[in-house]
Design a protein around this ligand. Structure first.
Ligand code: HEC
Length: 175
């Protein structure tokens, strides 16, 4: 091979290297990866950013929007529509069967974990003495694990306070 051939080969290799480097620098400029401070998506049941505990203390309640103002303009028909995903695990009609979760007829102001013939988790049974009300359902429907850490209701929750109010009014209408 003549030295001219070698020069061409070396030039070609050098060019390829320069192009690769330039492409690397350019692409890292164009696509700047943003580092997140904390995980944005948490699978159901995973520890969230908010402190989960066995009861709703004032500190936690403060991080969840209060339901009262939203209750005033709640719409039970919207609540029924929003309750579609609940049907996977719950029945809503009187005398309906317990499925993965208990029947929810008349549940909105009943004692917690008191539906007959349903095996509640220990997490919810520790609250058996208390009654459901809009404030408790607000936390429960925002994030079940926040209300009763260790509950077996694997539902990610309704992030919008108006959605929760609509569902609570719908639950209250079942009696
Ligand atoms: C993936 C299944 C699943 C879905 C979806 C689900 N739940 Fe549940 N739910 C459960 C289970 C399981 C329990 C019992 C929890 C326990 O014992 O820890 C429960 C318990 C409850 C309770 C407490 C009942 C009681 O007697 O104290 C309420 C209220 C409730 N769910 C409402 C809802 C609503 C409203 C929705 C929809 C917005 C919903 N759930 C969606 C599984 C589910």
């Amino acid at each position: 091979m003549s030295s001219f051939e070698w020069n061409k080969i070396i030039a070609a290799v050098l060019t390829a290297m320069i192009v690769a480097m330039a492409a690397g620098i350019l692409s890292s400029e164009i696509v700047r990866p943003k580092r997140l401070d904390h995980a944005v998506y948490l699978p159901p049941g995973a520890e969230g950013g908010a402190p989960a505990a066995g009861h709703a203390g004032p500190a936690q309640a403060a991080s969840i929007e209060p339901i009262e103002p939203a209750m005033a303009k709640a719409d039970p028909a919207k609540g029924q529509a929003l309750s579609k995903p609940c049907l996977q695990c719950h029945t809503f009609e009187k005398g309906g069967a317990n499925k993965i979760g208990p029947n929810l007829f008349g549940n909105a102001d009943a004692s917690i974990a008191s539906v007959p013939n349903y095996q509640f988790s220990q997490a919810l049974l520790t609250k058996k003495g208390e009654k459901w009300d809009p404030d408790k359902l607000n936390i429960w429907l925002f994030k079940p694990q926040e209300f009763a850490k260790g509950t077996k209701m694997s539902f990610p929750g309704l992030p919008k306070v108006q959605d929760r109010a609509d569902v609570v009014l719908y639950l209250q209408s079942l009696k």
